[in-house]
Design a protein around this ligand. Sequence first.
Ligand code: HNI
Length: 141
Amino acid sequence: MSLTKTERTIIVSMWAKISTQADTIGTETLERLFLSYPQTKTYFPHFDLHPGSAQLRAHGSKVVAAVGDAVKSIDIGAALSKLSELHAYILRVDPVNFKLLSHCLLVTLAARFPADFTAEAHAAWDKFLSVVSSVLTEKYR
Ligand code: HNI
């Protein structure tokens, strides 16, 4: 599955705004994830998961930066290859959690960029995040 030119344009133009506040968006996404789906906290026993904690902010910023690598790259698979190995072989994150995280990122984008988040933008981000998630989980099989 690949993105159409229009979908790419939407993602790239919104990314210009997102990237200036990557850590806030990453942190909010993770806060939503851990609050709404507390089962996801089991992967982070070594983290202080209180809202706004330094570890949460650092991790949120890393996750959004990795999404940015995927936005910038024509070849998403190559851009995320190392991360794909990490999640499959070392972290062994159950693929269902990628849907939950993607959902929380969508909600965060909708809340922070209401004017940009049209139905088309929603659909484009949903598709893009599902491509990113497939890449990150493809090594599982
Ligand atoms: Ni994920 C580490 C990106 C989904 C649990 N993850 C990372 C790192 C990045 C990253 C970047 C840091 C790697 C490094 O330090 O070399 N993760 C992403 C992206 C997605 C994703 C882009 C999906 C869009 N990760 C998930 C999900 C879970 C998850 C769904 C579990 C709920 N990730 C982890 C854990 C670590 C991790 C656990 C290790 C954290 C640490 O520092 O110990």
